[in-house]
Design a protein around this ligand. Sequence first.
Ligand SMILES: CC(C)(COP(=O)(O)OP(=O)(O)OC[C@H]1O[C@@H](n2cnc3c(N)ncnc32)[C@H](O)[C@@H]1OP(=O)(O)O)[C@@H](O)C(=O)NCCC(=O)NCCS
Length: 164
Amino acid sequence: MPFDQASPEIAFRPETVADAAAVEALVARAFGPGRLTRVSERVREFAPFRRELSMCAFADGLLIGSVRMWDVRIGGAPAIFLGPLAVEAAFRNSGAGGRLVAAACAAAEGAGAAAVLLVGDPPYFERFGFSVAEEIVLPGPVDRRRVMLRALSPAGEGLKGVVA
Ligand SMILES: CC(C)(COP(=O)(O)OP(=O)(O)OC[C@H]1O[C@@H](n2cnc3c(N)ncnc32)[C@H](O)[C@@H]1OP(=O)(O)O)[C@@H](O)C(=O)NCCC(=O)NCCS
């Protein structure tokens, strides 16, 4: 069933400064204690945060989903890194994750970004237009089969090289 009909009470909007603590708590619950060792966490240590492109989902005023966006360069070309994406367990499988990804990518496109990069499960992210990009090199060890890119403009097609 389309998400809008199944759960019309979920509201989406860009993240604000006031959301930060709730987002961090949600991400900690969704990923568990090992998350700080992830390569994507290392990217987020050096990459400038793009709060206005990052999205939150709310049910009855409570944060139940989040996706964050960061400025990076891929082989020198500007792009956006997406992650973490997290949805509260009780609200999964209703399309909230997909709508967060779609809204964040639309915001990035609206801001003129050429491409969105992430590290994630291809069976999930392929449906949102992401393709495995094994020639993109992230800092630290990463399974290259999980590095995925979605071009938002011709300039973003086939980006490769080191993420910095
Ligand atoms: C991944 C996550 C954000 C998905 O949120 P969601 O709101 O349930 O996503 P959606 O409702 O848009 O999509 C659900 C669909 O994706 C599938 N799916 C979810 N995670 C998947 C994965 N890792 N691989 C393949 N398919 C997956 C579900 O089975 C479901 O399939 P269906 O539509 O055929 O029923 C959520 O499960 C979560 O927070 N997980 C823990 C954190 C995490 O792993 N984040 C992503 C890492 S980059």
